[in-house]
Design a protein around this ligand. Structure first.
Ligand code: XMP
Length: 513
């Protein structure tokens, strides 16, 4: 069985970050609900358990509590923030409401340099705190190994039982050397090797796909985005021609998108690619429609019709493959007052109708996005596909305000191609979340040469974001903005003005619609 660390989730907004940090140490990690029975955890034979933070207080009614038998599994445990309070509470220590909430940067002083959690780290460290309650009495056989200005129990241990607790958050970037603390836990204390790599994962995933699919056929809707592209390459490696990929051109794609997909998957990977050019149908449905919600509905409905018809043409298949990722399948912990539980992606449209009777194959469902990208590169996909910025399903339609017409699509496609090209040559394209052009259907007067013009406006949008839920506009250098504007106005017919969007999310959204 794959070596792994189990992370029990008590509702922290950082639980997934902990899981990612552990995997960055090349150790597989899984997030489980806080109340997962100890017997079930034991069956997974974890090398260690991490108790996440969380917004609750250990002493309030209804606080999420773990199965107490997890402390008898003989497995190393690391409690973080709320997790250390649980550890203390369950093993006979005391937690009290702190006089003031400790939030933000702090300085940790390691008082026992032999504590294996701090091996190879300096005596003082910058750490990030976020907690209200405070440990006031240690459980028996525990001792303090580090202190901060406000806490004499900032890090505690029972070295013999391999139980450790940290009042601060080692998983966040504001604890600059936190990653080394996590490495010390998973490698030195739990004894894990470095078995989790995407190269190893390919083998495991190929075996699993073959075991699930047998000799049946699989259909995959290939959008050209990162997830479906990597899923396609992985499935193709596992089952070759048993896989058919359906690529729908909805007429709302970016410049050269359909060509790139056909070149990469058809010519290079030589997988069975069914190209469906439905652009006329989509654009016909969108004619005269200006309301953004109606545009989305029409696109969604048309896609289902086109895809359904395409699957019939593809021949009988038992399975439908999807590029579902790990964050989509982690069950969120329903803890009152936990904002993390309320954040849900609102864009994951309901999927295909139930009457399409397929079984699902989801070969990426235990991976985080950065792992999917790494896997894509391992599988030989080009950087252009693997590292590309997110692109919405309804495509250019959400970037053309008002009516979507073939000529407006053409204008936006040309302007967008310039934004992508210049962002790439400035080196910023792969560093930020998204950068693109938006077409505003407002005409204004301009002069070009001796002529007056009356043309559209292009808005340039560039945002920084972790997950698309919140975003900051990127302060693009003036000379880059100047180049973008001058190229777009000179090269794209129908545009005579450029503006730069300086709205953050919230209150704005990333797309304009
Ligand atoms: P908003 O505009 O809501 O976008 O701030 C947040 C992120 O979601 C992307 N987006 C979509 N992705 N289907 C998708 O797959 C959609 O319908 C859709 N609408 C927006 C958007 O590009 C941004 O990254």
């Amino acid at each position: 069985m794959l070596e792994q660390i189990i992370i029990l989730d008590f509702g922290s907004q950082y639980t997934q970050v902990i899981a990612r940090r552990v995997r960055e140490c090349n150790v597989y990690s899984q997030i489980l609900r806080y109340d997962t029975p100890a017997t079930e955890i034991a069956r997974l034979k974890p090398s260690g358990i991490i108790l996440s933070g969380g917004p609750s207080s250990v002493y309030t009614k209804g606080a999420p509590l773990p199965d107490k038998n997890i402390f008898n599994l003989g497995v190393p445990i690391l409690g973080i923030c709320f997790g250390v309070q649980l550890l203390a509470q369950f093993l006979g220590g005391k937690v009290e409401k702190g006089l003031k909430r400790e939030y933000g940067k702090g300085t940790l002083r390691v008082t026992d340099s032999y504590c294996p959690l701090f091996a190879n780290l300096p005596e003082t460290l910058q750490v990030w705190n976020s907690h209200g309650d405070k440990l006031t009495k240690l459980p028996r056989d525990f001792k303090s190994v580090a202190v901060t200005e406000n806490s004499e129990f900032a890090a505690i241990e029972n070295r013999e039982r391999k139980f450790f607790g940290l009042q601060f958050h080692p998983e966040v970037a504001h604890t600059p050397r936190g990653k080394e603390i996590i490495v010390n836990f998973v490698q030195n204390i739990c004894g894990c090797g470095k078995s989790w790599t995407m190269r190893n994962y390919i083998e495991q995933a190929v075996d699993e796909i073959r075991a699930q699919v047998g000799s049946e056929r699989v259909i995959l809707g290939l959008s050209g985005g990162v997830d479906s592209s990597v899923a396609a390459a992985l499935l193709h490696k596992a089952i070759g021609d048993q896989l058919t990929c359906i690529f729908v051109n909805n007429g709302l794609l970016r410049a050269r998108e359909a060509e790139v997909v056909q070149e990469v998957f058809g010519k290079h990977f030589k997988l069975k690619l069914q190209y469906e050019d439905a652009s006329k149908l989509f654009l016909k449905g969108l004619k005269g429609i200006t309301d953004p919600e109606r545009k989305r509905k029409i696109i969604g409905k048309t896609f289902i019709e086109v895809f359904q018809a395409a699957t019939k043409r593809a021949g009988k298949a038992k399975f439908l493959a999807q590029g579902t990722l790990y964050p989509d399948v982690i069950e969120s912990v329903p803890i009152a007052g936990n904002p993390a539980a309320l954040i849900k992606s609102h864009h994951n449209v309901g999927g295909l109708p139930k009457k399409m009777k397929f079984e699902l194959v989801e070969p990426l469902k235990c991976l985080f996005k950065d792992e999917v990208r790494e896997l894509g590169l391992e599988l030989g996909l080009p950087r252009e596909i693997v590292l590309r910025q997110p692109f919405p399903g309804p495509g250019l339609a959400v970037r053309i305000l008002g009516e979507v017409s073939p000529s407006r699509c053409e204008i936006l496609r040309n302007a967008d191609a310039i934004v992508v090209e210049e962002m790439k040559s400035s080196g910023l394209y792969y560093k930020i979340w998204q950068s693109f052009a938006v077409l505003l259907p407002v005409r204004s007067v301009g002069v070009m040469g001796d002529e007056r013009t009356y043309d559209y406006t292009i808005a340039i949008r560039a945002v920084e974001s972790q997950d698309g839920m919140t975003a900051d506009w990127v302060k693009l250098p003036y000379d880059l903005l100047e180049k973008l504007a001058s190229r777009i106005i000179n090269e794209v017919k129908g545009v005579n003005r450029c503006v730069f969007d300086i709205t953050s999310k919230p209150p704005g959204t990333i797309e304009w619609e």
